[in-house]
Design a protein around this ligand. Structure first.
Ligand code: ZN
Length: 146
């Protein structure tokens, strides 16, 4: 299989069979985001533990890339500490900007690297990450009592 086939399988797998799609009854933070240029929308639910993210789920509608990206992101961030999660999101965004980034942090999300040269697709793939960044900022605010 070449990269294009692997990439297509990867996206379709996460788009159609995500284990991370759905409601999260124990959710302590839910944040919404949308990408009007493609019609993608996403809601990220986090169950915030004391020191780490206990669970991540998403709901949403839109293109396969935006939804698959949410699934991959949830898989990567679940169980991570907040500092780790912020570093991972930063690395992913650096990758999309074509800057040097820490490949070992982002796992399977590396599959999306080729999208950095497609500005419209960048908006799709980055939507869940931009949305979770808001949730992480809210978490930080809660902790510092700001
Ligand atoms: Zn899209």
């Amino acid at each position: 299989m070449n990269f294009e086939q692997l990439y297509a399988d990867f996206v379709m797998h996460h788009y159609k069979n995500s284990m991370y799609r759905g409601l999260l009854p124990a959710s302590t933070c839910s944040v919404e985001g949308s990408n009007t240029s493609c019609g993608d929308s996403i809601i990220i639910h986090l169950e915030e533990g004391e020191s780490k993210i206990q669970a991540v789920r998403f709901e949403g509608e839109g293109c396969a890339i935006s939804q698959a990206s949410a699934s991959v992101m949830a898989e990567i961030l679940e169980g991570k500490t907040y500092d780790e999660a912020r570093e991972i999101v930063e690395s992913f965004e650096k990758m999309l900007r074509g800057e040097s980034f820490n490949e070992s942090l982002i796992g399977d999300a590396l599959f999306f690297q080729g999208l950095k040269d497609h500005p419209m697709r960048v908006k799709c793939v980055n939507l869940p990450w931009k949305t979770v960044a808001k949730a992480l900022a809210l978490n930080e605010q809660k902790k510092t009592g700001a």
